[in-house]
Ligand binder design. Structure first.
Ligand SMILES: *Cc1c(COP(=O)(O)O)cnc(C)c1O
Length: 453
């Protein structure tokens, strides 16, 4: 048998997160207070996050210890396996070697558990009794519900209404972990009521759900807010993926020439890539190519603007300097719900602005075609979000074929697709649509960007 899987024992799990911030080519722009447009102080964030997470958010330390209790919970599913996709390579007839890291074996089925566990732990240590959050199709909410249930913290989730109605399975998973789940926009917050007044049948969006959750956390002392992507501390927690991947590839004497991951808010991308980008930024691996893949209908890096913008629709959150399509942009209803966000992590945005990384976008039908090829060769049904990374890796492998180059490609399979079979049903029934997003339409939303001088 060929060794197509590379494992680490739980005792070999990395014990430190890697923080890429001190190694970025230019300093990270400070978040701004939305009212004063002055840099936010740690005090501004205190109503929403525990002190230890705020310290991580602004940390310049390169390595940060992973607490023992967090490592212990990680060991339920970590270290995750690294696979060599021999059968996919053969189907493509490529000289490239394709490796992937499989995060779908985590509880709730994606990488999001990595930060959920850490965030719940630090909130518990700060004496927080309740966390409020938003979720789109439910990946983040279900990951967090596992962590809060473990640490004995109450969880309230504002779930985007279309998903609440049409994708009930992750809602059930959250409820099994004792979370309270509400369809957003709801009449429980001023933000929700404001939206419902304008449009009683509003399908909701991630930006609106964030406004609802932040509003509640800001107004209740023992209640905090948690975000599943975008922020620096989330990128930090996800570095466990890439740190493990380095050790696994070391075992077979490999180092990637090309790394590919999907990018919604940027966390699974930063998670797999940053421990390798450390070598590129130090000059040791100058030629490392790192590609973020996004949907053509929500092309934040490839078509967005690098500007200060809100993280939510209503405008409560600090202003972040990031690639954005504008906080009023509501992406078309593609099936990769986890990639439908108007902004991008400031860390990933900084790397893209400095041309350390590249980005591409693909339409959803070609992405589902890639998912099908992957399923039928490698035997794993990918989440539609993760299928963007598969599509990206396949395109890189085809380039290797054309140039007859035996490069090593590593991609992140961020989650499994067993709760997305409804979407796959639409795919085989030819009901998927590729949404065209003309530049004029995108330009219109740029007009709503806040003015910062
Ligand atoms: C949420 C999600 C994503 C996108 O979020 P990032 O923060 O960009 O990683 C990608 N894949 C899966 C499976 C997800 O659940």
């Amino acid at each position: 048998m060929r060794d197509n899987q590379i494992y680490l024992n739980p005792s070999e799990m990395p014990t430190k997160y890697y923080n890429i911030v001190p190694d970025l080519p230019t300093p990270l722009a400070m978040p701004l207070n939305p009212a004063t447009k002055q840099p936010v102080s740690p005090d501004d964030l205190a109503p929403l996050f525990p002190e230890e997470l705020i310290m991580q958010e602004v940390s310049q330390e390169r390595f940060i210890d992973i607490p023992e209790e967090v490592l212990e919970l990680y060991s339920l599913s970590r270290p995750t396996a690294m696979h060599r996709a021999f059968r996919l390579e053969k189907a493509l007839g490529t000289p490239a070697k394709i490796f992937f890291k499989y995060e779908g074996s985590n509880p709730a089925g994606s990488h999001k558990t990595n930060t959920a566990i850490a965030q719940a732990y630090y909130n518990k240590r700060a004496g927080i009794k309740k966390i409020v959050t938003e979720t789109g199709a439910g990946q983040w909410g279900s990951a967090l519900s596992i962590a809060t249930q473990h640490f004995g913290i109450d969880l309230e989730v504002y779930m985007v209404k279309v998903s609440y109605d049409q994708k009930p399975y992750r809602r059930t998973l959250m409820q099994l972990h004792d979370a309270k789940v509400y369809a957003s926009p709801s009449n429980r917050t001023n933000s929700g009521r404001q939206i419902l007044e304008k449009d009683p049948n509003s399908p909701g969006s991630l930006g609106v759900a964030i406004s609802e959750a932040v509003e509640i956390a800001a107004n209740n002392k023992d209640t905090n807010y948690a975000l599943g992507s975008v922020l620096n501390h989330v990128m930090l927690h996800q570095s466990i993926i890439g740190e493990e991947a380095r050790l696994q590839l070391d075992k077979v004497n490999e180092y990637p020439d090309i790394i590919v991951a999907s990018a919604g808010g940027g966390s699974n991308f930063a998670g797999i890539a940053s421990p390798f980008l450390r070598d590129k930024l130090s000059g040791a691996k100058k030629d490392l190519k790192v590609v973020a893949v996004e949907p053509s209908s929500c092309p934040t890096l490839t078509k967005g603007k690098f500007a200060y913008d809100f993280g939510d629709t209503v405008g409560f959150t600090p202003l972040l300097k990031m690639f954005t399509l504008g906080h009023t942009f509501i992406p078309p209803a593609i099936h990769a719900g986890g990639l439908r966000y108007h902004g991008m992590s400031p860390i990933v945005s900084n790397l893209y602005e400095n041309k350390v990384i590249e980005a591409v976008n693909y339409h959803q039908i070609e992405v589902f075609d890639a998912a099908k090829l992957f399923l039928t060769t490698e035997g794993i049904l990918p989440a539609p979000e993760s299928a963007h990374a598969i599509k990206g890796a396949i395109e890189q492998a085809k380039l290797c074929t054309e140039r007859n180059e035996a490069k090593t490609i590593l991609f992140n399979l961020s989650g499994h697709g067993f709760l997305d079979l409804g979407s796959y049903g639409s795919y085989i029934d030819n009901k998927l649509e590729d949404y065209k997003l003309p530049d004029e339409v995108i330009m219109r939303y740029f007009a709503d960007l806040p003015i910062v001088d």
